[in-house]
Design a binder for this molecule. Sequence first.
Ligand code: NDP
Length: 310
Amino acid sequence: MVVLLLTPRSDQAELWRRLLSAALDGIDFRVHPNIGDPAHIDAVLAWKPPHGVLATLSRLKLICSLGMGVDHLLADPLLPQDVPIARLVDPNMIEQMSEYVLYAALHFHRGFDVYQRFQSERRWEELPLPHTAMRRIGIMGLGAIGTDCARRLAGLGFSVRGWSRTPKALKGVRSFSGRHQLAEFLGETDILVSVLPLTRQTARIVDARLFAELPPGASFINVARGELVVEDDLLAALDCGRLAGAMLDVTVSEPLAAASPLWAHPKVRITPHIAGLTNPVTAVEPIAENLRRLRAGLPLRDLVDRIRGY
Ligand code: NDP
């Protein structure tokens, strides 16, 4: 089986080669752009491939995303239509995402954003602290990551709710679904967490109208994709006090331009898309499992529904 690695992270190529060869017998592993004959490639491990490259691989049978999101693949106008796409579902990455969300939720819950400003003013002052069970955390997207975040936040004693396309039955988590329940969900959310995939339906969903549905003084955490958010509306909501703060791991353009007002905004914390990092050591097993299934003609796991877009 000929497997091609197609990622800007060329520093990880040797590690992928070693891990995949150890997990699977008989792999001919190639690294873009040294692909040999494009007609020999059976499967691709891809992160942000240049548009059009996948279309040149005439024997391609499987595209494995090296990230949990697949918007980077579906954005290719020349993406082969009949090749299955499997996204990465790595428990280690899910854990990393939850760690980030827990940190951010506690940051806002305990007022660390405000205490940081107080410190810069050498101000010794106590803020009111609502009981944890009264703090309402709303998670947009109750998939692999959102479900794990919801369980852990509920375990800490927060009042947790989630919004998804279809209803969910998760212990300790109130489920809202569909556009018709979005306003109700937002109306009882003090800390909003975005962990939706980027699709035609979710692009720019976090806008002025959405912020207006949140209780005044709510906070916003985005670990999903920057394009879910209308950044001008976010800045306006922060400036008028509708939003108390935002912690953003992702932005519309990445890297975030030096001139962006988000960098220096006193109510914004920025991290450079590091909430969950693909670690080949743990990501290799779900990918190898799919390659084994492909070879054996068995049903593949974690397949993307192209119509839904995730
Ligand atoms: P999943 O596909 O497992 O879950 C997606 C969730 O979003 C599901 O609950 C789904 O609803 C819901 N959803 C999708 N479309 C809509 C819609 N139109 N309205 C309401 N709900 C919707 O995704 P993951 O949890 O694995 O990942 C989520 C995203 O996190 C990824 O797509 C990626 O962009 C981002 N990510 C970011 C990382 C980072 O480092 N910052 C790292 C990893 C991922 P339903 O359950 O009903 O289908």
